[in-house]
Design a protein around this ligand. Structure first.
Ligand code: F6R
Length: 267
């Protein structure tokens, strides 16, 4: 795994935006996987700024979101449809018919999951999947002790995640119990994964993802088997890591074309 540690969440957003921009600029029809939650908000702001500055255009891009709550209409204030519109899509030039988000209101939830996988395949897979990480190590909404090769499906949130996400609802009771999420197997097929993690609350999960044994107890640890994962983490989230010097050494010794700091490089 490639580990990039930066001082603040803003510094993380800056480099994450450069990684996304590289795909948008260099690929003809980039397919980007998107996450919601607090962590990517600054990244999305940065992408909007780059779009406004004429540095990137999303008109040839396709996006697939990781997940959505079951039973929340797109207009619901906490639906991920609404989150994406309010934090990214309303401000960029992505064609509406190139945006895919699981349909948590579908009459046939199982079929909608199967169709979602088929749509990803029809687009020839995901070039770059943006991920956050839960304090319990979930990616997407793949909670601990689930399959590490699951596909897009309906999952039940743990009480830990319901508690974490209750900050967005009036109380924990209002947080839906069910979600549709890309599976770990789906995520593992993305050609490049970029995990963003910021803040002390994520430190244990980050340690487990990067430096401990692969286990269903910490679903993000499956990324150790991924062909190309970049973890962009702030100093607080990196605080429990034991090999920070090694990660800094690797970054310092990257060849020019491996660096993300120069937009035209980093292939
Ligand atoms: C969101 C998602 C989740 C979040 C994770 C972290 O689409 O899939 O895995 O990335 O729960 O959420 P925040 O960023 O709010 O801490």
């Amino acid at each position: 795994m490639e580990i990039i540690i930066r001082k603040t969440i803003k510094d993380c957003a800056d480099i994450a935006a450069k990684i996304v921009a590289k795909y948008i600029r260099e690929k003809n029809n980039p397919v980007i996987g998107l996450a919601t939650g607090t962590t990517p908000l600054k990244l999305y702001k940065q992408l909007i700024a780059m779009y406004n500055a004429g540095i990137i255009s999303f008109k040839n891009s396709t996006t697939f979101n990781l997940d959505e709550y079951v039973g929340l209409a797109p207009s619901h204030s906490q639906s991920y449809h609404r989150y994406m519109n309010e934090n990214l899509f309303n401000f960029i030039d992505i064609p509406k018919d190139r945006i895919f988000i699981p349909d948590g209101m579908a009459e046939d939830l199982r079929q909608t999951c199967i169709d979602y996988e088929a749509k990803i395949k029809a687009c020839k897979g995901i070039d770059l999947q943006i991920l956050g990480i839960g304090s319990n190590g979930h990616i997407g909404f793949n909670e601990p002790m689930g399959s590490l090769s699951s596909r897009t499906w309906i999952k039940i949130l743990t009480q830990n995640t319901i508690q974490d996400n209750s900050r967005f609802f009036d109380n924990a009771e209002k947080v839906p119990r069910h979600v549709i999420t890309m599976g770990i197997g789906t995520i593992m097929e993305a050609r490049h994964c970029m995990v963003l993690a910021c803040g002390w609350k994520k430190a244990k999960a980050v340690k487990a993802m990067i430096e401990e044994a692969v286990t269903a107890k910490w679903p993000a640890s499956a990324l150790q088997f991924h062909q190309r994962t970049t973890a962009v983490i702030d100093e607080a989230a990196a605080s429990l890591l034991s090999h920070k010097e090694q990660y800094a050494w690797v970054e310092k010794n990257q060849l020019d074309w491996q660096s993300y700091e120069t937009p035209s490089k980093g292939k």
